[in-house]
Ligand binder design. Structure first.
Ligand SMILES: Nc1ncnc2c1ncn2[C@@H]1O[C@H](COP(=O)(O)OP(=O)(O)OP(=O)(O)O)[C@@H](O)[C@H]1O
Length: 246
């Protein structure tokens, strides 16, 4: 379980960005963080990865202070985080560095993802030779290469066209459901949040605080029926309503 306990984050030159944020993400949960631009969503993910260190409060994973050298964090940052001097294939394989897998297992996972994500023919290219959507799909492949202790997804599908985006949401959920790693998803798309998350945490204000926490009753529906279900639409309406109220 990922536990975020009374976290208040700041930047030296800017001051307080996030104020007293607490929530937990259990195995089997996907928490969507939604809220206006600048409420500190990415800062919270950066704090969990330990990249951002200016915060008070505690962030633990299964009771231990987070340590990316020991725990496998699959992180898709907003700028994709690809290494420009490595090829697409090398960038994807970086996702396997913490968990030691047999080369044959790693290769079959790689081949499966390359096919599912439509990356055939791009493996020897460098990131600057790819479109934004292609770079984002490489970052998704890297995050999904091995099962992590947690997924941190910062607008992971934002650069994809609408149909690819829906396919990637389904691909992620299908793979995720095999191991159920605690997951935080940042998205500006309410429909995406309700399609993917078991719980939605709404942030607002500057500094960002938690405005509402909404459980998603449509989470357990099958992928085939979810987008068509009244429960799905009712939840989207509920979330929009909560975002609009002061
Ligand atoms: N490295 C930094 N130094 C100083 N201020 C920063 C830094 N990174 C972010 N900020 C500021 O912190 C605030 C929160 O930024 P953050 O990116 O966490 O918000 P966000 O909710 O993820 O926004 P968005 O939805 O636009 O991605 C913003 O006002 C931003 O300008």
């Amino acid at each position: 379980m990922l536990n975020i306990d009374k976290v208040s984050a700041s930047y030296d030159d800017v001051g307080l960005i996030l104020d007293d944020i607490s929530f937990t993400v259990s195995k089997g949960d996907i928490v969507a963080l939604i809220g206006p631009s600048g409420t500190g969503k990415s800062t919270l993910l950066n704090s969990i990865t330990t990249l951002h260190k200016e915060y008070e409060g505690m962030i633990t994973l299964n009771g231990d202070v987070i340590n990316p050298k020991k725990q496998k964090i699959a992180w898709i940052p907003q700028n994709y985080g690809l290494l420009p001097w490595e090829t697409v294939k090398e960038n994807i394989l970086l996702g396997g560095t913490v968990r030691k897998l047999k080369p044959s297992d790693l290769n079959s996972r790689l081949n499966h993802l390359v096919e599912e994500l439509g990356l055939e023919g791009l493996l020897e290219r460098y990131p600057n030779q790819l479109s934004g959507g292609q770079q984002q799909r490489v970052a998704i492949a890297r995050a999904m290469l091995v099962t992590p202790d947690i997924f941190l997804l910062d607008e992971p599908f934002s650069a994809l066209d609408a149909l690819t985006r829906e396919r990637m949401q389904e691909l992620f959920l299908t793979q995720w459901s095999k191991e159920l790693s605690p997951t935080i998803l940042i998205t500006h798309d309410v429909e995406e949040a309700v399609f993917m998350a078991s719980q939605l945490v709404l942030l607002s204000g500057k500094p960002g605080t938690i405005k509402a926490v909404i459980d998603n009753p449509s989470f357990s529906l099958s992928l085939e029926e979810k987008r068509l279900s009244p429960l799905f639409y009712d939840t989207i309406k509920q979330v929009r309503g909560a975002m609009e109220t002061e």
